[in-house]
Design a binder for this molecule. Structure first.
Ligand code: SF4
Length: 326
C-alpha cells in the first residue's frame, strides 16, 4: 500500500553524490529497509548503513549517528521535512494508497450535523486531501484545510506535537485522516470535537472519550508532582526535541523551594528513571507525547513544560484546557 518512490530516491542520491548513507526507517516500514538498502547499492555507488535505532518522528534525524559512522547523507522514510538541517537529508514520505470512500461515507454520519469541517491528514495521506475535500463538499459541508504553520510542511498536514495550524480554526469539527496518535494530539490541542478516520485499521472514532481519559490522568500527574520535594528536568538529546527552556524551569522549581536535578536522555523510559529514587517527579522537555500518552508506563509523574506552568502557578488548569496541551 505504501509508495517508496525508488526512482526519486536514486536520482536524489546521484544528484547529491552521496558516498555513504544512513538509512532511517520507522518501525512499521523497517522490513523494507533491506530491500531499499540493496536497491541503493545496486543502482548507485553509495554504501548504505541501515540504522537499527527507532525512528519516532521527523524530529529524530540521526545526524550524530550519521557523522560518527562517516556518512555524508541521510535517507529518511515516512516523514516530510520538519526543521532546517545543515546536513544532506533526503525525505521520502511513503504515501499510502488506499480507497477510503466507504470510510468517508461512514464518517459522514458523524459529520453531517455540522456545517464547517476542518480536514487534515498525516503526510502518508496528504495527496488525498483534494479528493476528500471534494467528496465532503458534494455532501454540502464547508471544508477548511488548515494552512501550514509551524513545523507543518504541507497545508492540511497534521503532526504529532505541534498544532499551530489548528489554533483559532473556524470549523465546527475536525476530521483527521491518520491514526489515534495524530487525532489525540489535535483533540488535546484544540477545544473542538475531533473525528478520526483511520485508513490502516479501517475505523472511525470520536476522540472525546480518549481525550477525557487522558485529561484526568494529566490532572492527577500535575497534582502528584506538586507533592515532590525534588524534581528532575529531562533534557532531550534528539535534535528536534526541544520543548522548553531548562534554565527557566530550573529557576521556577527553585522558587517553589524544591530541589532540581538536570538529566539528559535520548530515549526516555521508566527503566532509566528507576534508579533516580529521590526524584519525585519529572518535567520532560523532549517529545511531549511521552508525558501525555505514555503516563501509565512510568512510576513517577512526567510533566510537559506547559503542564509544569500549571504546577508553578503561571497558568490555570482551565487556561491549559482552553489553549491546549500541545
Ligand atoms: S517530538 Fe514527538 S511527536 Fe513531535 S515529531 Fe518528534 S516524536 Fe513526533
Amino acid at each position: 500500500m505504501y509508495t517508496f518512490e525508488e526512482e526519486k530516491l536514486i536520482q536524489e542520491i546521484k544528484e547529491k553524490n552521496l558516498k555513504r548513507i544512513l538509512l532511517q526507517m520507522p518501525e512499521g516500514l523497517k522490513k523494507e529497509g533491506l530491500r531499499i538498502a540493496q536497491l541503493i547499492e545496486n543502482k548507485t555507488s553509495s554504501e548504505v548503513i541501515l540504522s537499527g535505532e527507532p525512528l519516532w518522528g521527523a524530529c529524530d534525524i540521526a545526524i550524530l549517528e550519521a557523522k560518527s559512522l562517516g556518512c555524508d547523507g541521510i535517507v529518511i522514510y515516512g516523514h516530510a521535512p520538519f526543521m532546517n538541517i545543515d546536513f544532506p537529508v533526503i525525505y521520502l514520505e511513503a504515501r499510502y494508497e488506499k480507497d477510503i470512500t466507504s470510510l468517508l461515507e461512514e464518517s459522514y454520519t458523524s459529520l453531517k450535523k455540522f456545517k464547517k469541517v476542518a480536514l487534515a491528514t498525516s503526510v502518508q495521506h496528504i495527496h488525498q486531501i483534494p479528493r476528500i475535500k471534494e467528496y465532503l463538499e458534494n455532501k454540502n459541508l464547508e471544508v477548511i484545510v488548515p494552512e501550514k504553520k509551524g513545523h507543518a510542511f504541507y497545508d492540511g498536514q497534521v503532526l504529532g506535537c505541534e498544532y499551530t495550524s489548528f489554533k483559532n480554526i473556524k470549523a465546527d469539527i475536525i476530521l483527521i485522516i491518520a491514526n489515534r496518535f495524530h487525532a489525540l494530539g489535535v483533540a488535546m490541542s484544540v477545544n473542538k470535537p475531533v473525528i478520526l478516520l483511520d485508513p490502516f485499521n479501517e475505523e472511525i472514532i470520536s476522540m472525546e472519550e480518549e481525550k477525557n481519559k487522558i485529561l484526568k490522568q494529566r490532572a492527577v500527574a500535575i497534582e502528584t508532582a506538586r507533592e515532590a520535594d525534588k524534581i528532575g528536568i529531562i533534557i532531550g538529546k534528539k535534535i528536534g526535541q526541544k520543548f522548553g527552556s531548562f534554565d527557566t524551569i530550573k529557576e521556577k522549581i527553585k522558587k517553589l523551594e524544591k530541589e532540581c536535578v538536570l538529566i539528559s536522555m535520548s530515549e526516555i523510559t521508566n527503566d532509566k528513571l528507576i534508579n533516580l529514587k529521590d526524584i519525585g517527579a519529572f518535567v520532560e522537555l523532549a517529545c511531549p507525547r511521552i508525558a501525555i500518552d505514555a503516563a501509565s508506563l512510568f512510576d513517577k509523574p512526567l510533566l510537559t513544560a506547559r503542564e509544569f506552568s500549571v504546577l508553578c502557578g503561571d497558568i490555570a488548569w482551565e487556561d491549559l484546557l482552553e489553549k491546549g496541551f500541545l
